[in-house]
Ligand binder design. Structure first.
Ligand SMILES: [Zn+2]
Ligand SMILES: [Zn+2]
Length: 206
């Protein structure tokens, strides 16, 4: 599987392009902004986008969704429990002082334990609430796209709409740390890590 991750959008959200090398079918994770950059990367991989998926629905993770959808016709997906946050985009935009992104029809099709197929590739969905009620992680082979649930040596904040500290800790311990130590974690912001490194050294997971 080809995985390319790069910061995109006003808060440097990590956007990932996950491509099945045989068929070029692709899933875009968290297109936070910088549509032209995302276009360039998709073109470089000759990628055919099947789905645009979101680890959660904070504004910095959905900024370029409309543009990627218009270019590719791919479906855009969230976990249903974050729909209220998508409806709050104007409030999120005002709070950060940034422009409100164009809205799209979001499918609430990301459910726990479901699998999205793209060519020969499979993406498994883990519902990991806490940062937001519908935060999810995506697992593709050895890669885990953890959104703002798990960062290198840190975890997501839980003081925004619907966040809950006890819930994120439970999600991390029961679901995320159940993944193998050599799994590569691509967080929603900042550098990559591994499950083993975070199990050993993340101060929030002691
Ligand atoms: Zn967030
Ligand atoms: Zn974020």
């Amino acid at each position: 599987m080809i995985v390319e991750t790069f910061p995109a959008g006003p808060l440097g959200c990590n956007c990932s392009i996950v491509v099945d090398p045989g068929t070029k079918r692709c899933i875009v994770v968290d297109p936070g902004g910088d549509l032209d950059l995302i276009r360039e990367k998709l073109k470089a991989h000759d990628a055919k986008v099947d789905a645009i998926v979101h680890t959660h629905t904070h504004i910095d993770h959905v900024g370029a969704t409309a543009g990627v959808q218009r270019d590719t016709g791919a479906r855009a997906c969230i976990h249903e429990a974050d729909r209220f946050l998508y409806d709050l985009l104007p409030v999120q935009a005002a709070m950060l002082g940034i422009a409100e992104p164009e809205k799209v029809e979001m499918e609430g099709s990301l459910v726990d334990d479901a699998t999205l197929r793209f060519g020969e590739g499979e993406m498994c969905i883990l519902h990991t609430p806490g940062h937001t009620p519908a935060s999810v992680c995506f697992v593709v082979g050895k890669h885990v796209f953890s959104g703002d649930t798990l960062f290198r040596r840190s975890i997501g904040r839980t003081d925004l709409w619907g966040g809950d500290h006890a819930t994120i800790i439970k999600s991390l311990k029961q679901k995320v740390l159940a993944l193998p130590d050599d799994a590569v974690v691509v967080p929603g912001h900042g550098p990559e890590t591994t499950i083993g490194d975070e199990r050993a050294s993340n101060p929030f997971l002691r």
